[in-house]
Design a protein around this ligand. Structure first.
Ligand code: ADP
Length: 479
């Protein structure tokens, strides 16, 4: 059994801004189910959704500030969550990282440096708990200083650093090294220095015993200039310590056999029932009810990363064919307006819902025949996994987690029972359109289509499988 301290800046359902919260809410539970002793540490934000009992575990003074370490549990589990309580730094309204206008809190360097220092104190068993982790598992830049500071300790635990999004690096002016009281020996180009800036993420990338990212393909991609944001050299240098492990999904919440938000539940054995969700979806979004017309679903943040512009460019040709598109998303205002105009111009073919709508997302996954996900980059991605569980064939670009979780359909993959979607290479609308046409041909070949659906629905996207991979990794690390 390993003792694991999971260091994170957000965890669902306590607080969530993105995918990191899903991982932090799920992976520790999956590790605990594999009999591991896991504890979380995170800041005590004002806006945490706290459930159940909470008490003070330990109090200490750091930089003349009173810090309390509070203890609660991750909801629906016995996993202890240690909350670093320092009202001056964390007792703010709203988002953990930004103010209401989306600007980073001006003292983010101080806030997360303190968080890292406290995590190190806990990791070195200096809070009277007689609990010393074997592994300190850090996530994204907010915990980046932890591996760096621990590297200076004798007899330290092993460190893992997971990159969920390399685009966010925690870059601050070099002068912060002094004000944050960071030991000078960490300041060099092989350490925390990045083009004369202080880089929190480099603390993880340069000093952790092992680096992981959320898919094997993204682990390769971030070693190249196109995806590396200037860190590709360091990542190439550390390639022997860098692995990709695909995130799991919540297989209870996203399960067509028990999903309470859809119209008709179904499994691979009763896949003929899926169509009732399609007709209900058509009714719900105001499209003509027709069981036989191929229906594309799309649920996404409307940002450049997700390739929505490529879909828009394909629409003139798509609209010439029998098809429907049901789109749910929010983001870029110009894209939102274009989509709304299209939905008004083609009310029989395109339905657009702007905003965030969890239950509609479930019905789209259950009702659509195909799911469009032409991302330019995708560290892991969730919707392509949800789609496969619902027998909705994903059409994805060959990048990051999409490349690792969807098997393209060919004569060979149909024959060997692995075909589960349509995968295309280049990020342009011409190749996307070819992929869409290929999907339509298969759609009109019901036997092949049924095989693809069944292959897709029988895949294991559980957190248990991912947690086993993390565990194997932890076991290789010795300290
Ligand atoms: P990313 O984290 O880059 O946005 P993912 O595919 O990894 O992309 O995860 C997106 C998650 O957010 C999925 O669970 C998806 O269903 C959900 N989602 C995105 N937009 C919406 C929306 N408008 N309404 C409901 N769910 C949405």
């Amino acid at each position: 059994m390993k003792k694991i301290l999971f260091v994170t800046s957000e965890a669902h359902p306590l607080i969530k801004t993105g995918g990191l919260a899903d991982v932090s809410g799920s992976l520790p539970k999956a590790l605990a189910e594999l009999s591991q002793d896991v504890r979380l540490i995170m800041p005590n934000y004002q806006t945490l959704n706290l459930y159940g009992e909470i008490h003070t575990l330990f109090s200490l003074r750091v930089d003349n500030r009173q810090i309390n370490i509070l203890e609660t549990r991750l909801p629906d589990s016995n996993i202890p969550v240690w909350l670093v309580d320092c009202p001056e730094f964390y007792n703010y309204p709203g988002n953990p990282y930004t103010d209401e206008s989306g600007n980073p809190w001006p003292n983010n360097a101080e806030r997360f440096a303190l968080f890292c220092r406290i995590a190190v104190i806990c990791a070195m068993d200096k809070i009277g708990q007689n609990w010393r982790p074997d592994i300190v598992h850090c996530n994204d830049w907010q915990s980046g200083l932890v591996p760096a500071l621990l590297s200076l300790e004798k007899d330290r635990p092993a460190t893992v650093f997971t990159v969920h999004n390399l685009a966010y690096q925690g870059l601050f002016s070099a002068s912060r090294m002094v004000t944050l009281n960071i030991p000078g020996q960490l300041w060099n180009p092989e350490g925390l220095e990045f083009h004369n800036m202080l880089s929190f993420i480099k603390g993880g990338l340069a000093f952790a015993d092992c680096i992981t990212t959320v898919s094997p393909t993204y682990a390769q991609e971030i070693q190249t200039p196109a995806f590396g944001y200037g860190l590709e050299g360091l990542l190439r240098h550390r390639k022997d310590a860098l692995v990709g492990i695909i995130n799991g999904i919540d297989i209870q919440q996203w399960n067509p056999e028990i999903d309470g938000t859809i119209t008709q539940r179904y499994s691979a054995d009763s896949i003929h029932n899926k169509v009732h969700n399609k007709t209900e979806l058509q009714r719900r979004v105001g499209l003509p009810v027709n069981e036989n017309i191929p229906m594309f679903g799309l649920i996404s943040r409307l940002v450049e990363q997700k390739g929505i512009d490529m879909v828009l460019n394909c629409l003139p040709e798509m609209l010439a064919m029998p098809m429907q598109l049901v789109l749910l998303g929010s983001g870029d205002k110009a894209v939102e307006q274009r989509l709304q105009a299209l939905a008004q111009a083609y009310p029989d073919k395109i339905a657009v819902t702007l905003g965030y709508n969890e239950s509609l997302a479930h019905l789209i996954e259950a009702g659509a025949d195909m799911f469009l996900m032409p991302s330019r980059f995708e560290p892991c991605g969730l919707n392509q996994m949800y789609s496969q569980r619902y027998g909705t064939i994903p059409i994805v670009r060959k990048t990051g987690g999409l490349a690792d979780t969807v098997v393209d359909t060919s004569m060979e993959t149909l024959a060997n029972g692995t075909a589960s979607g349509i995968v295309f290479n280049d990020a342009n609308s011409g190749t996307l359109l070819e992929a869409i046409k290929r999907a339509l041909l298969l759609y009109y070949s019901p036997e092949h289509w049924r095989n693809m659906q069944i292959n897709a629905m029988s895949k294991d996207f559980s957190w248990r499988r991912s947690a086993q991979e993390y565990l194997q990794l932890y076991e290789k690390l010795r300290h």
